[in-house]
Write a protein that binds this ligand. Sequence first.
Ligand code: DC
Length: 235
Amino acid sequence: MVGIYPPVITIDGPSASGKGAVSEFLSNKTGFNYLDSGLLYRLFGLEVLSQGISLSVLADDWSESKRLAECLEAKLVGSPKETKNRSFSQVSINGNGDARTEQAGAFASKIAKMPLVRRALLDLQRSFRARPGLIADGRDMGSVVFPDALLKVFLTASPSCRAERRHKQLKDKGIDVSLVALETSLVDRDYHDSSRRASPLKFLEDSMVIDSTDLDIVQVSYMIEKKMGDLLGEW
Ligand code: DC
């Protein structure tokens, strides 16, 4: 297979399908860089709130989206050119409201509908593509951000399974949320993420589809790693 170096593996899918855990596992195992694009949208949303920018200004004013994307870029730590991962420090993630909460996710989903916001984050996301390769997780990684990815994975799981996983994650952090409310919020977010006009979450014909309802992180990662090995062997 002929492709552009460094290779990219995209992992797209609905909320709490295990994309993050699998991507981190694979990134640690292979030494590939890791882009958590959902975190970029979450942090972008928190900047919007902390800077008091109205949604109507954000939707129409390109200079605001561009400026906010530059603010995020300035908060990145790590080198863009080396094998070392670029990421956000815990201070950035927990700083102005924890980026990992359900509220931050719901607000991220809201601003992620805006074409100007998506455009402003495009170059920043692509700048994570560095040697020896990149694992990128999100909603439009394979369709828009890295359409030439070596391998595109669509990772899903049943809504109840995803709600249970997220419930456990939150509980481990000491956050108590009702399981039913969590499932409703995840299904609602999936609906918005897949029905919006700008870069919706969608299943791609050339994706490897994995339903992780009855699989754990190691099993899913093994399936992806095996496929990566087959493709990289032909690289
Ligand atoms: O993956 P996550 O739950 O952290 O993402 C939070 C929200 O950000 C998600 O509901 C939709 C948006 N998002 C997006 O629109 N495109 C991406 N590539 C990643 C996330």
